[in-house]
Ligand binder design. Structure first.
Ligand code: SIN
Length: 309
């Protein structure tokens, strides 16, 4: 069964993927270690760790804390910086049978533009995922993703700075996700990732202190899934660009919920920490599920939950 499709049909060159199951930014590093553990050509695309202009050391430890039904992270965009990504990682990606999407994060609108410009035409980089949704940084991040005007401005600047397909990753920490999604789509984004993590915290009752070094963090995992799903469902009704569902997807059944809500693709995040091969398993199980039901095209499933209301 052929699950390949074009994730960004609005882009002149498109973004062809082998299947609709991607791995989420920050959960698969730069893919190099995982490439020794899993068959990466069975993954739709790899989204690399959030990349900034300069290297970042990240937030104080501890940065991870497991909660009931989820995982809190407060990494603070630790990364090696765009120049090292171009020098050390992109040449490896260029030989891979799977597209790599670079997640970019800036503290200012100009920084997003510079990152997009710098990554343009770099062999091994297939698209950009614009991160306007990180809850763990003092400047930038979800600040841009919480306001339709600023979210659109970042999108426009990135679009004019690159010829690569542009995907924008939104935050769930807003009251009206549809207005943000609409503004970003109108500004030229070719697809949306819905959603990044929900802001949360945990407190150490022995020490009377917040557990995380960054005090608050972003919640991912099963606890996030119903929130992410409702956002995909709402945005699909109003915004007509492809959606990538993300949030607590651990199995093909979780992925199917997102497809039925309107996502054309999904990203696996925290589940990779339990089993690095989750994405390849979900992709394989999806194929089996479709075969068993005689469904030839995933497009017949995408958004189908809307027809039954
Ligand atoms: C982090 O590095 O703190 C997480 C990245 C993100 O939420 O986008």
């Amino acid at each position: 069964m052929d699950l390949s499709f074009n994730l960004c049909p609005l882009h002149p060159s498109g973004l062809r993927l082998n299947n609709p199951v991607l791995v989420a930014s920050g959960t698969f590093g730069y893919g190099t270690e995982f490439a020794e553990l899993v068959d990466i050509k069975q993954i739709g695309a790899i989204v690399c760790k959030g990349t900034t202009l300069e290297p970042r050391p990240g937030n104080h430890q501890p940065r991870l804390y497991e909660t009931a039904g989820g995982l809190l992270n407060s990494i603070g965009l630790q990364n090696i910086g765009v120049e090292a990504v171009i020098r050390e990682k992109a040449p490896i990606w260029a030989d891979w049978p799977v597209p790599v999407i670079v997640n970019i994060a800036g503290e200012t609108v100009e920084e997003y533009g510079k990152l997009a410009q710098r990554l343009d035409s770099v062999r091994g980089v297939s698209a950009l995922e614009v991160n306007i949704s990180c809850p763990n940084v003092q400047r930038g991040g979800q600040e841009f993703g919480s306001d339709p005007r600023q979210a659109a401005e970042v999108t426009r600047v990135v679009k004019t700075s690159t010829s690569l397909p542009v995907i924008v990753k939104l935050t769930p920490n807003v009251s009206d996700i549809v207005s943000i999604a609409r503004a970003v789509a109108q500004a030229g984004a070719e697809a949306l990732t819905l959603v990044n993590t929900l802001r949360g915290m945990a407190i150490d009752v022995e020490r009377y202190r917040p557990v995380l070094g960054g005090i608050t963090g972003g919640l991912s995992g099963p606890a996030l899934k119903p929130v992410a799903l409702a956002m995909v469902y709402a945005v699909y009704r109003e915004v007509k660009i492809p959606l990538i569902g993300c949030g607590g997807i651990y199995s093909v059944s979780d992925a199917l919920e997102f497809f039925l809500a309107g996502a054309q693709a999904v990203q696996i995040g925290s589940a990779t920490f339990i089993n690095p091969a989750t994405a390849t398993k979900v992709a394989g199980d999806l194929e089996q599920w479709m075969k068993k039901r005689g469904i030839a095209r995933l497009a017949d499933v995408v958004g189908a939950a809307h027809h039954r209301t």
